[in-house]
Each structure stands twice: as structure tokens, then as C-alpha cells.
Design a protein around this ligand. Sequence first.
Ligand code: SF4
Length: 467
Amino acid sequence: MSKVRFDRELIQRYGGRGPRYTSYPTAPQFHSGFGESHYVERAIRSNKPISDEDAAPPPLSLYLHLPFCRTLCYYCGCTKIITRNEDRAQRYLDVIQKEAALHSPLYDRSRQVEQLHLGGGSPTFYSDEQLGQLMETLRREFTFAPPEKLQCSIEVDPRTVAPERIESLAALGFNRLSLGVQDFDEEVQAAVNRLQSRDETLALLDAAREHGFKSVSVDLIYGLPKQTPEKFAATLETVIQARPDRISLYSYAHMPQLFKAQKLIDESELPDGGEKLALLELSIETLCNAGYEYIGMDHFALVDDELVKARESDHLHRNFQGYSTHAYCDLVSLGASAIGHVAHSFYQNEKNTNRYSEAVLAGRLPIVKGLRRDNDDILRDDVIQDLMCQGKVDFAAIENSFDIDFKAYFADELASLKPLAADGLVRIDDDAVYVTPTGQLLLRAVAMVFDRYLREPAPEQRYSKVI
Ligand code: SF4
């Protein structure tokens, strides 16, 4: 069980900018020297077992990026397109299905898809009929695991989905959903241009339960304009009453120089650093008192949720969608800007939807960059995953997997951890490093010690603040 403790002074000291470690190496290390031919070689290689101990190649996980939204939320940092042009969205849907057909011949049909996630943007911009057509294509191009083994999730925008639609999503095979909420307060909603009724959102949660969805997740954001602890407490209370299985609590990172939409936010209405920390402290206390477990990095879940169970059995994994229970899958990602992970390599698609479509329609995979990991990358990824997911690194386990002497290999890192240990973020024993309850809120700062690439100076604005 993971406990978490809020320490204002340490958060202020260690909460500078840092990567979120949804991959290691992180996306800024991807380079244009890795392209379509490299991915094809890796994808074909992935059909063989990874090591002699594995009897079969890993199953597949599919991610599809569907970028269209009807209105702009001013805090948004996603790759999205705001439009009411249905034809444009349909053309993209046609292209992404063509992209699926370019990937599928590379993978043995015996490899089952155990996980599918539709993200965005707003996947529910599309009608049930359009999503049905998409699912049909995916089921034709890939072999899907039977329903009881398949995690099939979709991000739902409650402003565009009536509760009756949940039944259709269940009929299409979806069994997990995540709902964007951010804040129920009307003044905050107006300040970020996201007006969303509390009652309609809660009705969706009820409908999801009624139709047997196995996990429902709600996204909240703290640090938005006009938020106060009193008003955010009311949002938290409403969400807790509705009892979603998971709650993601993101810190709003105001970076208008990177995300144009954020220029529309009135900076004078943003909570200052101290107020933001008060919102975080309140949220952690409220959620933990209400029976939610802190998973790590913004994520909370009820004790019987798959994420908590995966954490307890050392099967939790961090990837581009946050935390996942499917560490062992190869991730095939489709759509503009999507990032995939296959056979120790990452690839990223073109972000611009016009250029993305042109490449696919010309029969090319729209990959513009990526990276093939070396042994040191794989080793450090294991260490960082252990810290982010299990809150500890067991030296013997790493030594067995990589044939190294942990203390010798990571002598510099262990020395760099000492000040963090002195401040109470980690405990260094003879056989392991443990993240303390205080360090749980500063996982990024601990993981950064093991990131070889941070020794090369990177532009500061690449990363949001740790908190
Ligand atoms: S926050 Fe979500 S719904 Fe809002 S504009 Fe961004 S992608 Fe679209």
C-alpha cells in the first residue's frame, strides 16, 4: 500500500521542472534518424520472443489519437483540432483506418490485442456509427483477445455524450472509460471555456456502472484560474460521492509560450504558487481520507481497482497513457502525433494532420522520429519504472536482469541521491532504494537522478513543473 505525505517546504525545493517519465528515454530524445524502415524492422523483430525465457512474443496494445474537439478548453496542451467540420473529421477517420492497414501486416496474426485505448482530442466527437466502423476495421486488421481479456477504453467528453450513448459504447466493446471533468465550479469552467453540467456528468457515471463498465476514471485539474480551496473542495466532494474507480489529479502547467490556447487564460486569475500547493494538499488529504490509494504521479484509485492490484503484485507500468497494467505489450499507436513502443524502440508520428494524412494516403507510415534503446536505456528504464510504479528499486533484481553490480554501475547516482535521502525523499538501504511517503509526491525528482540524458543541458521550457 502506498502512503503519501505532503511536505510544503520540500515540494517547493524539489518541485522544479522535470520529465513525466511516460517513457525512458523521454520524447525530447527522439530523433529523425529513426524512421519508417527502422520501425518496420523492429515490428517484424517483435514477432519473436524477446528473450530465451519467453515462449511467445508479447501481445499488442493499440492506441488511437482522435484529435477533434468542438470547442477549445483554454488550458489544453494536447494535440487537437477545434472544428465543426464533420467532413474533415471523417476524412481523418478514413486515413487512420488506412494507417492501421499499413501496420497490421507487420504483426503475426497470432498476437492478440489485449488493450485498446481511444484518446484525443475527443474520441466521442465521432458518432456511434463512425466509431463502430472504426472498431470493425481494427478487428479486421488485428486479432482481438476475447472480451474477458480485453481492456477497451475510451475518453469521453461529457458535454457531447448523453447517458443513453453509454449503452452503445458498451455494445461496441468498450469496458473502461475516462471522463474529463477538471472542476465543477461554474466560474472556473467559464474562465477556461469548458461549461459542463454536474448532473449530466454524474448521470454518465451511473450509466457506465449500469452497463457493466469495469473501470471509470475521472480527470481533475488543480491550479486553474479562479480556483480556491473552498470551491475545489466542493468539486472533490461531488466526485467522491460518485465514487469513480480512478481519479487523475493533474497540475495545470501554464506554458502559453508552448500552448497557444493558454494565452486566452487571464494570468491574474491563476492561483499563485502557495495557493496551488494548498489545492494539492487539500486534494491529497480529501482523496486519501475517502479511501483512494495514491498510485503515483497524479493518479488515485480505489483499493479494488486493477491499478492498485497491479502495483501490489509488481505489474504496474508507466507509459504514454499514464499508468498501465499491461507492461508486457508492444504498443502500436496510430494517428497524428501518436507515440508507439515496439521491441525496445519508440516511434512518433507526424503531428500535423495534413502531412500525416498525405504520408498515409501515399502508402507510407507517417513516422517522423523515434529512438532505438541501447542496453543502458533499457536498464535505466527498469530502474525508473521501479521507482515510479513500485516506489523502490531492488538492487538484486536489477543485477539479475542486467548482469551488473548495481552499486558500481550507479555509483554516481547513489551519491547524487544522498541529499534526497538526507531530506527524507528516499531511504537508501544496503540492498534497495525506497521512496518515502514524502518522496511519493516528488517521484520525478527522484527518477531524474537516474536519467542519463539530463546531464546534457536541455531547454528548460521542455518540461512542466514537478508539481
Ligand atoms: S482539453 Fe480535451 S476536450 Fe478540451 S480542447 Fe483539449 S483535447 Fe479538446
